[in-house]
Design a protein around this ligand. Structure first.
Ligand SMILES: NC(=O)c1ccc[n+]([C@@H]2O[C@H](COP(=O)([O-])OP(=O)(O)OC[C@H]3O[C@@H](n4cnc5c(N)ncnc54)[C@H](OP(=O)(O)O)[C@@H]3O)[C@@H](O)[C@H]2O)c1
Length: 357
């Protein structure tokens, strides 16, 4: 198939390109060439800015395509402009949206029929700076823009939960891995809380499977809720970094409510921790019925660590700096917690993994 990927060089799009090329598709990527990730053999790059109508019209002259995959769309007005031009040169379209499209997330479980944010498909916020409050409504606006341009029969929309894996630039799993490698007493919330991140390779495979099947419609994409506990993710991070750790890591599990009272920023200072009612309650039965396969979190952790260990560096992104707690702040909170328990020096529960000699 002839596949056009709008984006393709940071993280999700990069893995989509690798997967599509690996399956033998004829792949073109369109981006500004600012982040010139090495492309798989045979992949063509058309350089241009999707904010420029002239660049998008020029791109269209390289078509036609069987499918256009929009990974980089975040601004409805910009997406609408590309979608209207590319509708004439691509049979079908796929848009990568997000769980943040749901108005009730993370406060209530969501499925594909849950209410979305109100959104305007012609909206342009005027700034390109990351704004967590604007993100969900903007992505819904992009979904509507694609829908208006191509109609429901020709459109596939995936709404992934948090995506992890090699090339991740938001910095969630990389922060945990580097923190475990530094070792010592590690502030750890909520061992039994389920987490539901999807491996970027599973997302890319599901996307390509749907495209090859000619499927349209809306799919939430993540492992099933309850498949993975927070403790399993942290233990996997400890285990994979143990051989190169500066000193053994010890997980100090702390009561979530108390942690909130200590002013720890949820979702960012301790990545992937959120003390809301339903951060990890995305119903994904539709995708699993369609064939979504999700690997165990340990494989995602292994692959991300292998990439970092081999010198992998994510694209510079403003969101990276959001993540992680300062070492002094973490140490002070751990001291307060242990003093509160009056058990300084005791081993915390669940028991830490031993570092191999
Ligand atoms: N990370 C998560 O946990 C998560 C969760 C759910 C959904 N998502 C969604 O997944 C997507 C993430 O994709 P990604 O960023 O990893 O995709 P990507 O396609 O790998 O990277 C973004 C691409 O957009 C290009 N680009 C940026 N601005 C451009 C412009 N003005 N004109 C043309 N190209 C431009 C970049 O290249 P240049 O800089 O060279 O132009 C880059 O190739 C997002 O849509 C996000 O909403 C992410």
């Amino acid at each position: 198939m002839r596949v056009l990927v709008l984006g393709g060089s940071w993280f999700v799009g990069r893995v989509v390109v690798e997967e599509a090329a690996g399956r033998g598709h004829d792949v073109t990527v369109f981006n500004r060439g600012v982040t010139a990730a090495r492309l798989p053999a045979g992949v063509r790059r058309v350089v241009g800015d999707r904010e420029s109508a002239a660049d998008v019209r020029s791109l269209a002259r390289s078509g036609p395509w069987d499918v256009v995959v929009d990974v980089s769309g975040n601004v409805p007005a910009v997406v609408g402009q590309s979608a209207r031009v590319l509708a004439d040169v691509a049979e079908r379209s796929a848009f990568i949206s997000t769980i943040s499209a749901y108005r009730e997330w993370p406060h209530a479980p969501v499925d594909e029929d849950s209410p979305l944010w109100d959104a305007d498909p012609d909206h342009d916020p005027g700034t390109r700076r990351w704004d967590p409050d604007a993100y969900g409504p903007l992505k819904v606006g992009c979904e509507i823009a694609w829908h208006e341009a191509v109609g429901p029969q020709r459109l596939l929309v995936l709404r992934p939960h948090v995506v992890l894996g090699r090339y991740e630039y938001v910095g969630r799993l990389p922060w945990w891995l580097k923190r475990m490698r530094r070792g010592g007493q590690v502030l750890a919330p909520a061992p039994d809380r389920a987490v539901q991140p999807v491996d970027v390779r599973d997302l890319a495979q599901f996307l390509l499977d749907r495209i090859e099947q000619g499927d349209g419609g809306f799919f939430n994409v993540a492992p099933r809720p309850e498949a993975t506990a927070y403790s399993a993710m942290l233990h996997a991070c400890m285990s994979v970094t143990a051989a190169s750790a500066e000193r053994p890591a010890e997980l100090i599990w702390v009561d979530e409510g108390w942690l909130v009272s200590q002013g720890v920023a949820q979702w960012t200072e301790l990545p992937l921790w959120r003390n809301a009612a339903a951060p990890w309650a995305m119903n994904v039965e539709r995708a699993h019925a369609a064939g979504l396969q999700c690997r165990p979190i340990a494989e995602t952790v292994d692959d991300t660590w292998a990439w970092l260990r081999d010198g992998g560096r994510a694209v510079d992104h403003e969101r990276f700096a959001e993540h992680g707690i300062a070492a002094e702040k973490e140490a002070a909170i751990v001291r307060r917690w242990l003093a509160r328990l009056d058990r300084v020096g005791e081993v915390s529960w669940p028991a830490p993994l031993r570092t191999p000699d």
